[in-house]
Design a protein around this ligand. Sequence first.
Ligand code: NAD
Length: 343
Amino acid sequence: MVKVAFFDTKNYDREAFERLNSKEVAFKFFETKLSEDTVELAKGYDGVCVFVNDNVNQNVIDKLYEYGICFIVLRCAGYNNVDVTAAFGKIHVFRVPAYSPYAVAEHAMALLLTSIRRIHKAYIRSRDFNFSLNGLTGFDLHGKTVGVIGAGKIGTVFMNICKGFGMNVLAYDRFPREMDGVRFTDLDELFKESDIISLHCPLTEETKHIIGFDTLPKLKKGVMIINTSRGGLIDAEALLQGIKDRKIGGACLDVYEEEADIFFNDNSGHILGDDVLARLISMPNVIVTSHQAFLTQEALDNIAGTTLQNILDFTENKDNDNEICYRCANIGKCKSSRKSKCF
Ligand code: NAD
């Protein structure tokens, strides 16, 4: 039986993994996140299973290696929280590259519609029997220009949804391509032309703060910014400044750069220590959800199924394209040439 220490467990994770009823893999569910302070819990296990806010830095990797951990399985697509360079040659790292691009893209559109049609405000009003429409005026999406940064799996689903609304679609991606009804542009043109910008690229050195103080002057006045990708794509202080200056017309945030100790938890009885987040949440034109975009039944079942398969493929020494190594990430050739594990 393969033993896996499962970090940052939520009830919905546990239920999805227990539904698999695996005879080959035993999961031990820990509520705490994996970090330098908690890594000792991994002693005696064969592998660890982590999520977006577990901090798998070099020190954690070294400890895991010392404890004989052979694999790290991520329950997500993004892996910016794992030092894959430090892991290379020591611990194999796997991810779930896709579980439901629809879940995230549909959430991005749900946030946008909620915000521009003031549904969040109308919901609260009508519960209070306040049926006034004052202050609820929105705008049509039809005919507006949306700029999508990162035209991968999620970005593509989002662009198709936008096309269904009759929007003009611009895209910026490291690898531009032909796509019906979509015009690939450079970043400056996308900033200049877009009424709405939605971020769907990964967080890398290159994309960190892709929306920042430098970007503000390039944006169209009143632009709506949607971020369902990673918090670090936006410099939150710049976003706040843009909103205060009325340059940015609204923001829909499912992710936040400093979300790790805040999101996914009930902090309702506490004083929020993050002034920037508190100020953003206080704005009438900002909607924040707590890294919820992935959270559909379909996505949870796919995450559990792929994670289990990643573990089984590793233990049975089978080919698996979900393994991440810094060579695959940086060069992109390794996967096509290798026959089984990355090292
Ligand atoms: P993907 O790999 O299919 O697409 C990413 C796209 O970004 C690719 O087309 C890639 O070429 C492009 N890209 C990479 N670097 C770029 C750069 N510097 N500039 C412009 N484009 C660049 O990934 P995906 O499945 O579409 O996921 C996108 C992101 O969504 C993930 O990286 C993850 O951070 C995030 N995500 C968030 C949630 C959530 O619950 N909020 C869930 C899943 C994924």
